[in-house]
Design a protein. Structure first.
Length: 93
């Protein structure tokens, strides 16, 4: 796999998480903690290609890029939340 694909996919996940935080601001703290736990949990999932018959012909690169996208997105969204808190004196819906 060329280096451009992971940089493109993970960079998109990183920027998408920051853009979502910029537009929507941080939510309640427990959503961000849950996203961090989910990112770690997904990162620890073993490769299913050897155990699932339907996953035997998955491309290894697509699996790692998809799981990496989800982990980077959830991790950045969870870690960067304190920097995107709503401003004081503004109403939230």
């Amino acid at each position: 796999m060329k280096l451009v694909w992971p940089l493109l996919v993970f960079g998109t996940a990183f920027l998408l998480a920051l853009a979502l935080l910029h537009w929507q601001r941080a939510k309640a703290w427990y959503w961000h903690v849950l996203s961090l736990l989910l990112a770690v949990g997904i990162a620890l999932i073993p490769d299913p290609r050897g155990r699932l018959p339907m996953a035997a012909n998955w491309d290894e690169n697509i699996f790692y890029l998809a799981m990496g996208f989800v982990c980077v997105f959830l991790g950045v969204w969870g870690v960067a939340a304190p920097f995107f808190r709503p401003r004081r004196g503004t109403r939230t819906r």
